[in-house]
Design a protein around this ligand. Structure first.
Ligand SMILES: *[C@@H]1O[C@H](CO)[C@@H](O)[C@H](O)[C@H]1NC(C)=O
Length: 271
């Protein structure tokens, strides 16, 4: 939270950082902070009290908000990699393609897409009949657990869920990977070894975050459930809800030279 809030503050207060790349990073930090807010308080409460029950309505609310934010994050990561692709591979056209209008449209689009898309599930879930126990023994709610509690027919909702989750992860994932493949191709053409190394180190850390986020997301939502995987779900959930918001600011922003400069300026002002 501290890292993400710091990044948002720096980006808003520093006019030098009002470029597409940093505005997207600011949006990513915003998303990460919200995701942490939806999961972590309940998780900490569970660890402290040892009582991990969430009522059904709480579970649906938590699922709706965290899944919408996670979907938005998928698209935002794809947009960020596309932005880097344009900057590195098409530097002469970058400013004309990634103008303010497109930048705002992409950022707003990823948020709206997440929240509207997930509304479909809330509508579908509201039609289900729940006649058994109405508590969920977990600090983190996912839709498959909610569906399991229902005594209505759930084949349709499970099918819609799988299709939806597949589209929303594979589409941005493919876009992200394709952008990075082009970026790496371009880096290979840099003649100096030093330049190559530097570009690769940035790229590889981005790729680690992206693949960790998508990998765990796919394991939770796309891969069919077996008993062993189900037991591991909590751990995967910790990965993409707690670990990525922690690592994102470190990997994307705080290692960055311009960002460090802005931070130094800010600290000087404070002192
Ligand atoms: C998110 O992106 C939009 C559009 O580029 C930008 O106007 C806004 O300032 C960004 N938000 C943050 C917190 O950086």
């Amino acid at each position: 939270m501290a890292g993400n809030i710091l990044i948002i503050g720096l980006i808003i207060s520093e006019p030098q950082l009002h470029t597409p790349m940093y505005l997207f990073l600011g949006n990513l930090s915003c998303l990460d902070s919200f995701i942490v807010c939806t999961i972590l308080p309940k998780m900490l409460a569970c660890f402290l009290t040892g009582n991990g029950n969430i009522p059904l309505w709480g579970c649906i609310a938590q699922f709706y908000i965290s899944a919408s934010l996670a979907t938005a994050q998928c698209y935002l990561l794809a947009i960020m990699s596309y932005d880097r692709y344009l900057a590195i591979c098409k530097p002469l056209h970058y400013a004309s393609i990634m103008n303010t209008k497109l930048c705002i449209r992409l950022a707003v689009g990823s948020w709206i897409n997440g929240f509207i898309g997930m509304s479909v599930f809330v509508i579908l879930i509201s039609r289900l009949v729940f006649c058994g126990p109405q508590d969920i023994d977990d600090f983190f709610c996912e839709i498959t657990q909610i569906v399991k509690l229902s005594c209505s027919e759930t084949k349709t909702i499970e099918l819609v869920l799988t299709i939806f989750a597949s589209i929303n992860t594979f589409l941005p994932f493919t876009l992200t990977v394709t952008s990075y493949i082009f970026i790496i191709q371009n880096i290979m053409r840099i003649p100096s070894t030093m330049g190559k190394k530097k570009a690769f180190s940035t790229c590889s850390s981005h790729l680690i975050v992206v693949s960790m986020f998508y990998g765990t997301l796919m394991l939770v939502y796309v891969v069919p459930k077996t008993e062993t995987l189900r037991a591991l779900n909590k751990i995967f959930a910790v990965f993409y809800t707690v670990l990525t918001p922690l690592l994102n600011p470190m990997i994307y922003s705080l290692r960055n030279r311009e960002m460090k400069g802005a931070l130094r300026k800010f600290l000087k002002k404070c002192v």
